[in-house]
Design a protein around this ligand. Structure first.
Ligand SMILES: [Zn+2]
Length: 163
């Protein structure tokens, strides 16, 4: 968790509210102060990407979304974790692959990537009851409230932007 915070923030295109808070262009209200984003000058400018939300695991542990994460039984084996460009999330379960899945941040989007796992990566959107299995190596963009399952382990994505 601390290594994720240590990563330098990436630059993304966003919009500033009237009080100079940097925001996702998709939001209707500033995520910091809550004022409406409808303005005469809604100009896209580069800025530092804020924390996009958190992942909450089924054991209650939380991971801030400030950079890439690698999830698995032995995520430290992943080159990105070894190089310090991604943070490990260890899922202690024999059915979980050593490097099972990744969470990548793409602009303002949180992208789930199956890392060629043996037993699959599953996603269930908020308010739905059916799970969808990602193709091996497949990806899915997560919306707030989405559940992700790796065999018997689960996590939920909470966006800070309600999108
Ligand atoms: Zn604001």
């Amino acid at each position: 968790v601390t290594s994720a915070l240590a990563q330098a923030p990436s630059t993304v295109l966003g919009v500033y509210c009237k009080r100079s808070h940097f925001n996702d262009p998709a939001v209707a209200y500033c995520t910091v102060c809550g004022i409406a984003m409808a303005q005469a000058t809604r100009r896209l400018v580069p800025g530092p990407r804020p924390q996009l939300g958190v992942l909450v695991l089924d054991d209650g542990s939380m991971y801030p979304l400030t950079g890439s994460l690698v999830l698995g039984r032995a995520p430290s084996l992943d080159p990105a974790v070894a190089a310090g460009s991604a943070s490990p999330v260890r899922l202690a379960d024999p059915l979980v692959s050593r490097v099972h899945a990744r969470i990548m941040l793409d602009g303002w989007q949180v992208v789930l990537v199956d890392a060629g796992s043996r037993n699959g990566t599953f996603v269930c959107a908020a308010g739905q009851s059916s799970w969808t299995r990602l193709a091996r190596g497949g990806t899915a963009v997560l919306a707030t409230g989405a559940m992700v399952a790796f065999c018997r382990r689960e996590l939920r994505y909470h966006s800070y932007r309600n999108v």
